[in-house]
Design a protein. Sequence first.
Length: 433
Amino acid sequence: MKRIWISLVSLATVAAVLLTGCGGSSKPTASSPSTSAPEQKTAAAKVSLTYWTPLTGGDGDFMKAMVDKFNSSQDKIFVEINTSVWENYYTKLTTAMGAGEAPDVAIIHMANLPMFTTKNALLPLDDLATKAGFDANDFAAIPWKGSVADGKRVAIPLDVHPLIWFYNQDTFEKAGLIKDGRPQVPTSWAELMTELKTIKDKTGKNPMSVQEAGWTGYREWFSYLYQNGGQLLTDDMKKAAFNSPAGIAALKAQMQIVDNNYTPHGLNSDTLKAAWLAGDIGIQPNGVWNTGGYEQAGMKFFTTPLPQLFQKPAVWANSHTLTLPRNKASNPEKQQAAITFIKWISDNSIMWAKAGQIPARKSVVASADFKAFTHQPTYALNLDAVVYPPATPKLSEVENAIYEQLQGAYAHKSSPEDALKAAEAKVNDILSK
């Protein structure tokens, strides 16, 4: 898979107390629709729409606020938002589609679009998008092109969300690792290990987190795999390619942090959040969707793009896209209402940027409101290489198989070599069927 270049600036800030948003949470935080819009508008609305999302972190609160604002801004359309935990979201959505009971609008990650386009489960949006006034030139090129399948537009991209690094300001100050008001960012793995030892020796804090029981550990390994010149699958996406010197080096690097006790062990989404908010972690790799929640929690922190620690810059990223699933209730009136809602969400995506996401709209990223954010520009200005997962309809199965084996390695149940060998066998079996 090739490196993907995005020339946007970046974003940030969110609501509530947060964490895994795009990456899922270990427990549901919102499974019922938002009802804070004025009730009379529900009854008076000409068209009612159901809208499903997997946004269970702090970013979910911002999306609910956007839906509420849309509902209160007019009385022709009422949108009911329903949010499911990320880990179960695609199973739920696939099941609903099979029964013809899919929502009118659904968020689907760009990397997961092939799961649905290969089954013709999404309505084409070309005519609707044109009539709604979407301008292709106002979208970042990669997410806009990535939302097309077989020559047809199947989604409207909302954002780009990469992995970044969060630095605890107090810890870095105590460790003497602040220069000119900014954290000293390592430029190699050896330099990082020296920095982590300094943090441990001078502060007694856990220098860095490796989320051993969560998706952030996988996404970090994915980033280092590509930084080492490797890739997840072969170019034709028919076989695993990660069981390579690049993949093994990436996992062995992570294991140095685990083996040196530089990270709390067994971290999942909730325990990582708790340790970070308690000030027990110096550096936390995680998704941009956490930025606003950390700000609201009163944390003093810095952010930077995930550094280049190996051969070349590369960082895991994905995008949320807005789609119209096929369902029994679909009709031209609902489809028109749905694209009207999607256009409003896209036009007002500065609200989404507050959640920590990088809007896909160039005009929003170039706006004064966006540039006024505290953290977003710091990790967007230098973000030059984001890598999306391979566009295979079997991506979820592939990533789950790798994720399971990485967890075994982090827990010392298998060596890095054995973990990736086992993952390779499982992934090749998945791809062969």
